[in-house]
Ligand binder design. Structure first.
Ligand code: TRP
Length: 457
């Protein structure tokens, strides 16, 4: 058992804290509870997607008809299983909301952390993952899949961002130490490159990018958001009254900002910069603006927290026009992990803990029959005491994956607790639905096999 203050997240670890409210608190995530979505997906309705960062940036882009993107990644090692399909469910949902989709094949990470060669990674990505993405309904016209090893701009960005962090920070976030392989140290920087590069002009330009992932990936988002913010020339924060823009003087912008190598301030140049900021803010419709070049700030007393998004976006555009990178910190959503079928963690290296998307029906049936049950030891006891759907793998898998109908699910949940449904009956229901789901997917895989190449173009 982890102690209270030991809630930790290791993206490469073999265990995962499941105290989700503590995770939200410790890492400063926002709960999905307060977020109202127009057409929530199954995973939203059931609280499987439980937390986010800055999702409002994406939702308001959608609302005002502005573009937004979705980026996620896959580690090409082993076979694609049900757990992996949760990210694709979310990507699908964002795609339906109008987002353009980019998917990174983390072949460099896979080499660094799993010992998979680049050639193997390539093969696994296409045959195991993208074949299933097509079958799960991703639209090849609106989805691009690329390899980390082949997109030099991703690596370049990772390298540039490396200047904004150091070993101590990586130690603190990932628990690295002196013996950590350097390829392993590079992997998160490449992932930061993955996450931020869709904003570059040649990949669609400045727009909010949402990264749907399992909660194990949040350390990468913390790192990436920090790196992006450190590059920003203008920071928007809450002030006593309204919002405040702070100018950040950095090595690569000081001349532009009017600070000469001697440290002398070029007042004319500084004035021009502040005039630009004021004009951008006026352009958004604010008239009461207090510019204070001496303090490096511009105040907008009438702006509220809700106005932060548009102001940030406008200032990032300004930064770009002045020669900066203008990177917006990514948004993200997080899903919980479904329990492994044996009751342990789901893992590709332990076939009994999960269903692979290419499992045949007989294999699936066997695994479900043997799965961890929330029932009582005897039928008599089960009728008397009832079962626990929260622990019952068969029920959980219907909830996470196989059953769309919320009402039906509510009913079997109640009936299980009341002892009306037996554990074997629950498993049987799950087997029926898993059978449909898997055979439907296999059929779709055949139908969409010819589309796989299009995802890589
Ligand atoms: N690290 C991810 C994994 O282990 C894969 C990945 C690479 C990724 N780049 C990404 C995920 C960018 C999200 C966003 O599965």
């Amino acid at each position: 058992m982890l102690m209270d203050d030991e809630v930790s997240i290791d993206p490469w670890g073999s265990s995962q804290s499941t105290d989700y409210s503590r995770i939200i608190e410790k890492f400063g995530l926002s709960s999905m509870d307060g977020v109202s979505l127009n057409s929530p997906s199954r995973l939203h309705r059931r609280g499987v997607v439980f937390a986010h960062r800055d999702l409002d940036m994406v939702l308001s882009a959608k609302k005002s008809g502005d573009p937004f993107g979705v980026l996620t990644g896959l580690m090409p090692s082993g076979r694609m299983h049900l757990g992996h399909s949760m990210v694709i469910d979310q990507v699908n949902w964002f795609q339906q909301q109008g987002g353009d989709v980019t998917i990174a094949v983390a072949d460099l990470e896979s080499t660094a952390t799993r010992g998979i060669s680049l050639a193997e990674g390539k093969k696994i990505a296409a045959e195991e993952y993208v074949a299933n993405y097509a079958a799960l309904g991703l639209d090849p016209e609106k989805t691009t899949v690329y390899f980390q090893s082949e997109r030099s701009v991703v690596q370049k960005l990772g390298f540039q961002l490396g200047k904004r962090t150091n070993l101590s920070e990586l130690e603190a976030i990932y628990g690295f130490d002196g013996s950590t392989n350097l390829a392993h140290v590079q992997a998160p920087l490449v992932q930061a490159g993955d996450i931020l590069h869709p904003q570059l002009d040649e990949y669609g330009g400045l727009r909010p990018i949402v990264v749907p992932v399992g909660i194990d990936q949040d350390p990468h988002l913390r790192l990436t958001r920090g790196l992006a913010s450190k590059t920003n020339w203008f920071n928007v924060s809450d002030a006593k009254m309204g919002l405040q823009v702070g100018v950040s003087i950095q090595e690569d912008n000081s001349l532009i900002m009017g600070v000469e190598p001697s440290g002398r301030v070029n007042k004319e140049r500084q004035k021009e910069v502040f005039a630009k900021i004021v004009s951008v803010i006026q352009g958004l419709g604010y008239s009461d603006i207090m510019s204070n070049p001496k303090h490096g700030t511009v105040n907008i007393p009438s702006a509220t927290s809700n106005d932060k998004g548009p102001i940030r976006m406008a200032l990032l555009s300004l930064e770009r026009s002045m020669g900066g990178m203008g990177l917006l910190a990514p948004s993200s959503t997080y899903h919980r992990f479904a329990v492994g079928m044996t009751g342990d963690k789901m893992s590709s290296s332990k076939p009994k803990t999960t269903l692979f998307l290419s499992d045949d029906i007989a294999t699936a049936e066997k695994k479900i029959k043997k799965s961890f049950s929330g029932g009582q030891a005897t039928i008599e006891e089960h009728r008397r005491l009832g079962g626990d759907p929260d622990k019952d793998v068969a029920y959980q898998y219907m909830m996470y994956f196989f059953e769309e109908d919320d009402r039906f699910l509510g009913e079997i949940n109640q009936d299980y607790r009341a002892g009306k449904i037996l554990a074997g009956e629950m498993k049987q229901m799950c087997i029926e639905r898993a059978t449909d789901w898997l055979s439907n997917l296999a059929e779709k895989r055949d139908e969409t096999a010819h589309l796989v190449d299009q995802f890589f173009e």
